[in-house]
Design a protein around this ligand. Structure first.
Ligand code: KE4
Length: 426
């Protein structure tokens, strides 16, 4: 880790915390981050020559694994024609059609450059469409770092135990109401209090940012019903789940359809992207058609569109990826549970398809409060024990592990062997 250490010390002199996104700094698990030289398939290769089996996969952006030849091929072909034109390109249409195919609730879709832009724009649009100001989000869910959504946020904000961010004026967050995930009563009581003021409910249909927390039976259906009853919009933040848990995300898996859907990560094949979409009568309010302004210099960038089209086309032509990932995920989940039981270590493994979290707790984890009961210091020891054995899991208890189609049965066997040894050490 010598070169990584030197580079990190250099990075600290020029970048806040030495990283361009907080969770990468290893603050939640201690130690210093390694620097990566290159990546391929399920592997990362550090500047110090270490090979790591990667369960972060760029925070869920790579369901095909690193440097997939087909995706790289499309990107290289696009790069040979330039990097950005600031004009329409045909691949924007192709990617939009692929999104519409996967998400029947989307009639029109707008591409942006990050998940944050997608959710920020979706909230603005919902407020314009309903002419209401308040929104409901859930404690522990993370929708990017737009001011009005950095309240009781998950992911890095939760990791640091600072659920809300400084620099966000109360005037901005006073319209953000907080409910508890999997608790419909907490939602209906807010609607009873503000029956005509709530523009939208925004939710990660399967939360990935307090660790993985699946929706309980009836939760999503209940959100669909209550938003319809009060004339609010239901926004599904599928930036993680879209194309991850199925090609059509949580909407396909659970059969509940959102009014506005936010997408990202896999959609861009590892390049910067976000998207928001919904039915025509809503999306036609977006500039230049309507009065809701949203713009972006690099939105619909030709190289990003090529990466997205190649990724989604590959998945569409190889849909058996999802059953492959379900089997690998199940093998990992059951293996961890068996090992923990055998060692008498209290864990809960929450999993949906190829996204999972190992919580160090004796209780079921079904919302923010139960997730927060996890033993984060044990998680930190577990993290480093696995890293020493060449296995890289998220450097935070409150993130999701991700499998890719590049992971193999042998990778899982190797991981379970390392976990067995790690359990001996914690
Ligand atoms: P970005 O602005 O980071 O592209 O997307 C924000 C976002 C929105 N919605 C969901 C459900 C998300 O998970 C995210 C971003 N996820 C985090 C970690 N879970 C990205 C990692 C990071 O912040 O470095």
């Amino acid at each position: 880790m010598e070169l990584s250490r030197r580079l990190f010390n250099e990075a600290l002199r020029v970048i806040p915390g030495g990283v361009n996104s907080p969770v990468r700094a290893f603050k939640a698990v201690g130690g210093e981050p390694f620097f990566v030289e290159k990546a391929e398939g399920s592997r990362l290769y550090t500047v110090d020559g270490q090979e790591l089996l990667d369960y972060v996969q760029s925070w869920g952006a790579l369901i095909l694994g690193h440097a997939h030849p087909k995706v790289l091929g499309y990107i290289k072909e696009a790069l040979d024609k330039g990097t950005s034109y600031g004009t329409p390109v045909e691949n924007e249409i192709k990617l939009a059609k692929l999104v519409k195919e996967a998400f029947p609730s989307i009639e029109l879709v707008r591409f942006v450059n990050s998940g944050t832009e997608a959710t920020m724009s979706a909230i603005r649009l919902a407020r314009a469409y309903t002419k209401r100001d308040k929104i409901i989000k859930f404690e522990g869910c993370y929708h990017g770092h737009a001011d009005h959504l950095l309240v009781s946020a998950g992911s890095g904000a939760m990791t640091f135990g600072v659920p809300s961010s400084r620099g966000v004026p109360y005037d901005i967050t006073k319209n953000t109401l907080i409910a508890a995930f999997n608790d419909l009563e907490s939602v209906s009581s807010l609607f009873q209090k503000f029956p005509e003021d709530i523009a939208a409910v925004i939710v990660e249909p399967v939360s990935g940012n307090m660790g993985v927390v699946p929706p309980r039976e009836g939760f999503l259906k209940g959100l669909r019903e209550i938003t319809r009853k009060y004339g609010s919009l239901l926004i599904f933040d599928e930036i993680i789940t879209g194309f991850r848990i199925s090609f059509g995300g949580a909407q396909e898996m659970y059969g509940i359809y959102a009014d506005i859907t936010c997408l990202g990560k896999i959609l861009g094949g590892g390049l910067p992207i976000g998207a928001y979409g919904g039915r025509k009568e809503i999306m036609e309010m977006v500039s230049p058609l309507g009065s809701v302004y949203q713009a972006g210099t690099l939105s619909g960038n030709p190289v990003v569109m090529a990466a997205g089209v190649s990724t989604l086309e590959h998945i569409k032509n190889n849909m058996e990826i999802y059953s492959y990932l379900e089997n690998l995920g199940n093998m990992l989940e059951e293996g961890i549970e068996d090992l923990a039981k055998h060692k008498g270590i209290p864990v809960r493994v929450n999993r949906v398809g190829s996204m999972l979290t190992v919580f160090f707790t004796e209780e079921d984890v079904y919302d923010y409060k139960t997730a927060k009961k996890s033993d984060t210091s044990t998680y930190a020891k577990f993290f480093h024990s696995l890293l020493r054995r060449g296995i890289y899991i998220p450097p935070s208890q409150f993130e999701a592990w991700f499998l890719s189609s590049a992971h193999t049965k042998h990778d899982i066997e190797r991981t379970l062997d390392a976990i067995k040894r790690a359990f001996d050490e914690i």
